[in-house]
Design a protein around this ligand. Structure first.
Ligand SMILES: Cc1cc2nc3c(=O)[nH]c(=O)nc-3n(C[C@H](O)[C@H](O)[C@H](O)COP(=O)(O)OP(=O)(O)OC[C@H]3O[C@@H](n4cnc5c(N)ncnc54)[C@H](O)[C@@H]3O)c2cc1C
Length: 627
């Protein structure tokens, strides 16, 4: 068994700088760490080796400084390490990166063919998750994204079975080997190095390769081989100064103050009166059409994501945003439905703003499976040539987007919070948070079409449904090869049965290390119950075992967008903050008046959580019981 682990060295989110002219990241002097999800991938590779034998090769691409990441992999127990580094590779976007890694892994495989490629689910600097699907496409092998558990590797039958997480449930899937698997933090706890491991890592010779060693075509490398380019980098708008209350002497007064404040801004209110997120869409009436001749631009397409015919609401949100873009381009808005018996989704797409729907139906499309869906998207796009293709920034959406963009060799802008069109040139502009939310980048795709973009749920707003609205359905036939059917879905357990869904919550009450012990986490649950809220947690609380990983908010947990977020006994480390950047109202309760969370909070109470939280629960109960 030979497992290759891709390891990325990422800049620490706390210390990011850019070259003001090239807009490239300045790596010199910036401390780097091994991408945390890559540590899970290394750990899993080593565990498989310990269980069934074989070798683990760690591979890193980047500046030579990234050798440190490989030394860590060796210290943990990897057998070999390959560093691929060349000036020509600088400035690579995800498409050029997957090309380079593909060439590197293909060169590794010449002397030692691999069975598995393990990667992190995303790298915390870019957070796109696009490279692993791109790699799988280039090797024409299956991918299982967001693995929570490797159930079995059967070298005789050449299969791997794994559980992996979607936004709406956990699926068990079997894939043929070789396969690419991307790791979540849930899959294992990475080991610490031993002294022996460190000595071995020092002694082991790293292979250092360049573009010639991997026989790469220079046209596909680095900036030149990247369809997307960064047009602008800017700081995100800061939050306005919050208000504070000293609750150290009178917790009840603090509780009353907080409830009054939250009521005054309707923070407990419904989603309909939610303030519009930064960078969200203009209404279609504000759209100004490009001053170019009509029909110059292709259509704007939205992938209609669904689970067995139940649509994901992000699809309707994207139609809302797509309408604005289509109006600017002076073109039509179309939905793309891939599924089995899914024609009802076309009707729903019309109600939500689509003018047309491309309907691709086959029994093989009953379950979402990366390669067949990506093939269907590729063939439909090549036939009808849209200008832009939008997908939800969900787990399925990212997976499909990364694969389809690689088939189409086009640019993909992940997790946009703003989409627009330059009216003069018709250039599609995707704005996204970068480097752990420290910066915003506007990215364009000047040379290839369509420009693909993903947007996370609840960033854009859907149009009011227009019941009875109709449109044109275009049925599309696609060709699938037997080799495209490279995964088999064995089981799907919906989210209701596997846990919480923090991403959709309107109110989240999160607890941190300040709670001190597992048993005191019930205080967080009690407050959440009174508020009909979901429970969140900092990584410290999760790591202490007080609550499950599915509750973790932050860089290596979930990014959440509730209306109201309580951070209780949470200090406000940058890695926690990046998960709550787009929350409407943040409440912080902390005994330390200098805790960084207060800089983010709209309403902060200084004091002992064990006195303040019960007082808030009490006051809330009183206010709901009052006649
Ligand atoms: C690569 C990487 C990724 C990470 N990803 C994440 C992530 O996704 N999410 C995440 O949360 N963290 C993440 N972290 C960890 C992060 O850096 C912090 O260590 C973590 O968020 C701290 O959790 P905390 O705020 O609960 O604990 P602490 O920082 O220990 O804060 C506890 C707080 O409780 C307060 N407190 C104590 N007692 C009381 C009391 N009685 N009443 C009121 N307040 C009290 C203290 O004043 C303190 O501010 C990551 C770190 C790294 C390196």
């Amino acid at each position: 068994m030979h497992t290759v682990v891709c390891v990325k060295h990422v800049p620490d989110a706390t210390d990011i700088r850019f070259d003001p002219i090239t807009l490239n990241l300045i790596r010199e002097g910036v401390p780097s760490i091994v991408n945390p999800f890559c540590l899970n991938a290394i750990e899993e590779g080593i565990r498989l080796k310990e269980k069934i034998g074989g070798t683990v090769t760690a591979v890193a691409m980047g500046p030579l400084q990234a050798q440190e990441a490989l030394r860590e992999a060796l210290a943990m127990g990897a057998d070999n390490a390959v560093m691929v580094s060349d000036r020509a590779m600088a400035g690579a976007d995800t498409l050029a990166t997957s090309y380079t890694l593909w060439r590197t892994l293909a060169t590794v495989a010449e002397t030692n063919p691999f069975d598995l490629v393990l990667t992190g689910k995303v790298a915390i600097d870019g957070e796109t998750g696009q490279v692993p699907p791109g790699l799988a496409v280039r090797f024409n092998i299956p991918i299982i994204s967001n693995v929570t558990k490797i159930v079995d590797v059967d070298l005789n039958r050449k299969t791997v079975t794994a559980k992996h997480r979607f936004d709406d449930g956990i699926e068990t899937v079997r894939a043929s080997l070789p396969a690419v698997l991307t790791m979540t933090e849930e899959v294992n706890k990475p080991r610490k190095f031993t002294i022996d491991g460190m000595l071995k890592a020092k002694r082991t010779k790293l292979d250092i390769w360049d573009k010639t060693s991997i026989r790469a075509d220079p046209n596909f490398l680095g900036l030149g081989g990247s369809p997307t380019i960064v047009k602008k980098v800017f700081s995100p708008p800061g939050r306005k100064q919050g208000e504070g209350f000293d609750g150290t002497t009178d917790p009840r007064a603090a509780a009353k103050w907080l409830i009054e404040k939250l009521n005054s801004v309707h923070a407990f209110g419904s989603a309909s009166d939610k303030p519009k997120p930064e960078g969200s869409q203009k209404s279609s009436t504000e759209a100004t059409t490009t001053n170019n001749e009509s029909n110059r631009f292709g259509e704007v397409w939205v992938w209609i994501e669904h689970l067995h015919g139940n649509p994901a609401s992000v699809s309707w949100e994207l139609l809302g945003e797509g309408k604005h873009l289509a109006d600017v381009y002076g073109t039509k808005l179309a939905g793309v439905v891939i599924g089995n018996n899914a024609s009802h989704l076309a009707k729903e797409a019309f109600v939500h703003g689509a003018d047309k729907v491309y309907l691709i139906e086959r029994p093989e499309f009953e379950d979402y499976r990366t390669q067949p869906y990506a093939r269907a998207m590729e063939q439909t796009v090549k036939k009808f040539k849209p200008e832009a293709l939008l997908l939800g920034g969900t787990i399925r959406g990212r997976d499909l987007a990364g694969s389809a963009a690689t088939f189409l060799e086009t640019g993909l802008i992940a997790d946009c919070t703003g989409l627009d069109v330059d009216i003069q040139t018709g250039t599609f502009l995707g704005t996204r948070p970068d480097y752990g939310g420290n910066l915003m980048s506007t990215i364009i795709c000047p040379k290839t079409r369509p420009t693909m973009a993903s947007v996370r749920p609840r960033v854009m707003k859907s149009l009011p449904p227009s019941e009875g609205r109709d449109g044109e359905i275009i049925k599309v036939d696609v060709n699938l090869n037997p080799s495209d059917m490279n995964t088999e879905v064995l089981e799907f357990v919906p989210i209701e049965k596997v846990g919480v869904r923090l991403e959709d919550a309107q109110i989240i009450v999160s607890g941190g290390r300040g709670l001190g012990q597992a048993k005191y986490f019930s205080l967080i649950e009690d407050l959440a119950k009174v508020l009909h809220a979901q429970v969140g947690a900092s990584r410290a609380a999760v790591r202490a075992g007080w609550i499950g990983y599915e509750h973790q908010v932050g860089q290596t947990g979930l990014t959440v967008r509730p209306r109201l977020y309580f951070a209780i006994g949470i200090s406000g480390a940058i890695q926690h903050i990046v998960g709550i950047m787009n929350v409407d109202y943040i409440v912080a309760i902390n005994s330390d008046p200098d805790a960084p969370i207060f800089k983010m909070a709209d309403f902060g109470i200084t004091g002992d959580l064990f006195k303040i939280v019960p007082a808030i629960i009490d006051e809330l109960k009183k206010s709901t019981e009052a006649p």
